[in-house]
Write a protein that binds this ligand. Structure first.
Ligand SMILES: [Zn+2]
Length: 184
């Protein structure tokens, strides 16, 4: 079998939506997004099992978060302003409502919530968090912004019966992060 890589995602692969959809425009229904996401999860889990599928969703989210940060966010901002920019862009793209519940800027560990989340808000109870893609998305954004690795875990989710997604994010390797928070 040929395992050589044939495709690398590039932001321009999202296409010229204004050109391609002059009448229907850039928006669709959340159900359509979820239809692709959860049918893909079905097929991937049956083929590769739940653990590997979760990793695939995490890694895809990580790539998406990295490219979202590179192409949409302003990486030159100091950390607090960067989080404000991120919050606004998540609203603009109708991805979710981000709040920083707690932040320790000495250790760079955070608790974040994303309400009305695109992936899981309104889902029935599964007994487990389901937003592996979002975990990766947040980790990818933080990595692209800071150049450092963060461990991101979803601790509450609609899948566990909560009404918001709550994530912990913490720096994996100890850094010199002071340049990100220092005031000009
Ligand atoms: Zn969730």
């Amino acid at each position: 079998m040929d395992y050589s890589v044939k495709y690398n995602f590039k932001w321009k692969d999202l296409g010229d939506i204004a050109l391609g959809r002059p009448n229907l425009g850039p928006l669709t229904k959340v159900a359509v997004y979820r239809l692709m996401e959860y049918t893909m999860r079905d097929v991937l889990e049956k083929r590769y099992g739940a653990v590997e599928t979760n990793k695939i969703f995490f890694d895809s989210g990580f790539l998406a978060g990295s490219e979202f940060c590179r192409n949409v966010l302003n990486k030159s901002l100091k950390f607090n302003e960067f989080i404000s920019d991120l919050t606004q862009k998540l609203l603009n793209f109708q991805i979710g409502v981000l709040r920083v519940e707690s932040a320790n800027l000495e250790t760079f560990s955070f608790v974040l919530t994303i309400s009305e989340d695109l992936d899981c808000s309104g889902l029935p109870f599964y007994g487990v968090p389901v937003c592996d893609y979002d975990e990766g998305f947040i980790a990818g954004i933080l990595h692209m912004y800071s150049g450092r690795s963060f461990e991101v875990k979803e601790i509450d989710c609609w899948g566990t019966g909560e009404r918001t997604c709550r994530f912990t994010a913490k720096l994996i390797n100890q850094p010199e992060m002071s340049e990100l928070t220092a005031t000009n």
